[in-house]
Design a protein around this ligand. Structure first.
Ligand code: SAM
Length: 286
């Protein structure tokens, strides 16, 4: 089987199997070798690595991963792609294809059973409709992971990197930066995919922190505060948190905690850094 990372070979495979793209699965297949090589380089895969690929499509990037890694598990939701993958990956003995929704896969168990619980590497050209639940699910379930190198919508890559004072700053920025160091590796235009997506894309590498950058007594409380303050972005933090369900503090308690941090009672959540959210949750949780 020839390598797939070009339009001609991709079209050949799609025609051979009479494959129809499913919009609902976010299917935009990569057809540019340079982009594929950039992703593989950024993911820094070697022969010791266990790699999880989310959404292999017809196996274009999977072929590259199989060449570089010790073992690859590729999780694909679309049943129609399984016979294609069996064909395009037939030369590789170090790959297993799992037909499943990635959101239903117990990745902790995979890492335990296949990599003795040691950190795994995750690589994907993600289906954009579920980028946030996939990434947050991996972090929040504390999957042992060294890095996540993924293609995402360009705007989402931007949101992962920014700090306070920008309109893109939000719960995703804080969550990603709490768990990992984000680094955009490449911007990728629509013509590198088949079919072309309507949005620009970017490859981002999230390198998991060995130690979290801030000390938090109750992680779940900090994330509840973050979610509540960005759900009601326009409100002051005092009002936003007071009105949020599941946050049991009075306006006075919230204002007092902000005062102890040297912040005004009128401050909005979008002005707080990760350190300040950590400090606020530690004060309120005392
Ligand atoms: N990796 C291929 C490539 O780069 O050409 C395909 C990338 S395409 C953007 C996203 C892939 O994810 C599709 O193959 C799609 O069927 C698959 N997918 C969509 N939702 C999924 C889910 N919930 N779990 C697993 N795979 C999913």
């Amino acid at each position: 089987m020839a390598t797939l990372g070009n339009p001609k070979n991709t079209i050949e495979v799609l025609q051979k199997y009479n494959f129809n793209f499913q919009k609902k699965f976010g299917q935009n297949f990569l057809i540019d070798m340079h982009v594929l090589e950039k992703i593989i380089r950024a993911a820094d895969i070697n022969k010791e690595d266990f790699v999880l690929e989310i959404g292999p499509g017809i196996g274009t990037m999977t072929q590259y991963l199989c060449e570089c890694a010790r073992e690859v598990i590729a999780v694909e939701i679309d049943k129609n792609l399984i016979p294609i993958l069996q064909d395009t990956l037939s030369a590789y003995k170090n790959v297993e294809i799992i037909q499943q929704d990635i959101l239903k896969v117990d990745v902790n168990r995979l890492a335990l059973e296949r990599n003795q619980g040691k950190p795994i590497k995750i690589v994907a050209n993600l289906p954009y409709y579920i980028t946030t639940p996939i990434i947050m699910g991996l972090f929040e379930s504390h999957v042992p992971v060294e890095s996540i190198t993924v293609m995402v919508q360009k705007e989402v890559a931007g949101r992962m990197q920014v700090g306070p004072g920008t309109k893109e700053y939000g719960a995703l920025s804080l969550a990603v930066q709490y768990y990992a160091k984000p680094q955009v590796v490449a911007n990728v235009p629509p013509n590198c995919f088949m079919p072309r997506p309507k949005v620009g894309s970017a490859v981002i590498r999230l390198t998991k922190h060995k130690e979290p950058p801030v000390q938090v007594a109750q992680e779940s409380l900090m994330f509840a505060l973050i979610r509540a303050s960005f759900n009601q972005r326009r409100k002051t933090l005092v009002n936003g948190l007071y009105n949020a369900q599941g946050i049991p503090y009075s306006k006075e308690e919230i204002a007092q905690a902000l005062g102890r941090m040297g912040l005004s009672a009128n401050v909005r959540g979008e002005a707080l850094t990760l350190e300040q959210f950590a400090q606020l949750s530690n004060l309120l949780g005392e």
